[in-house]
Design a protein around this ligand. Structure first.
Ligand code: ZN
Length: 224
């Protein structure tokens, strides 16, 4: 009954939400700059960034551009640093619908969704793993189970950010462990794809018998 007096507000623009809207208003959702990568998961900027170093990679879908001026920057900021991870779930659910309706991902072959793990220190600091919220949204939209407790990151490498790409990749390699038997084909998810160095290090800890699709909510622009 309090909804009439105090209607829930959009998590991004704070406009009152319509009864059918959850967490974010439709205007904010439609303002996210779509990449259309779901139409070409093996032929896009995200795939090129990761394919060379990841032989088991089957395709990459990043939903929205995380470029300067993109509204997605505010979403991720609120989700990661201001306790609103639900925003990433909303964006991921929307992306899931786009993939279902117009995507070229053979979803029937995929048996599970694996969120990129964060270190125990980071988890304690933030209180949640933002990639897990992305995974929840995709899992609901795509009807593919979320695989929890399969994959771990042992310690934080925050101090290593800024090293050259190859050096950082080497330093990260031992930080991820896969502790359970994985299905033949999985989707690995994260919030934003940047250089791909961390994702590459993480993927190298998965068994070589597992095919991997990557889905992220955002992708940065290529550094020239
Ligand atoms: Zn809004």
């Amino acid at each position: 009954m309090w909804d009439w007096l105090y209607p829930p507000l959009c998590g991004v623009c704070e406009a009152p939400l319509h009864k059918t809207e959850r967490g974010v208003c439709i205007g904010c959702l439609l303002r996210l700059p779509q990449t259309f990568f779901w139409r070409n998961p093996k032929n896009n900027e995200g795939y090129y960034r990761l394919a060379a170093l990841n032989p088991n990679l089957k395709g990459v879908v990043c939903g929205f551009w995380y470029t300067s001026g993109s509204p997605l920057r505010k979403w991720v900021q609120l989700a990661k640093y201001q306790g609103q991870p639900i925003l990433l779930k909303v964006a991921a659910t929307f992306l899931g619908q786009l993939i279902l309706h117009e995507g070229q991902v053979p979803l029937q072959e995929v048996r599970g969704i694996l969120p990129m793990p964060i270190s125990p220190e980071r988890l304690r600091q933030r209180g949640y793993n933002q990639a897990e919220w992305v995974a929840r949204g995709l899992s609901e939209a795509l009807k593919i189970p979320l695989l929890k407790g399969y994959w771990k990151r042992i310690h934080s490498t925050a101090s290593q950010i800024g090293k050259v790409r190859t050096e950082r990749w080497i330093s990260l390699q031992g930080d991820f462990i896969c502790e359970k038997k994985l299905p033949e084909s999985v989707i690995v998810v994260d919030d934003v794809l940047t250089t791909g160095a961390t994702l590459t290090a993480a993927l190298h800890s998965l068994p070589s018998s597992t095919d991997v699709w990557i889905i992220t909510v955002g992708i940065t622009q290529r550094r020239s």
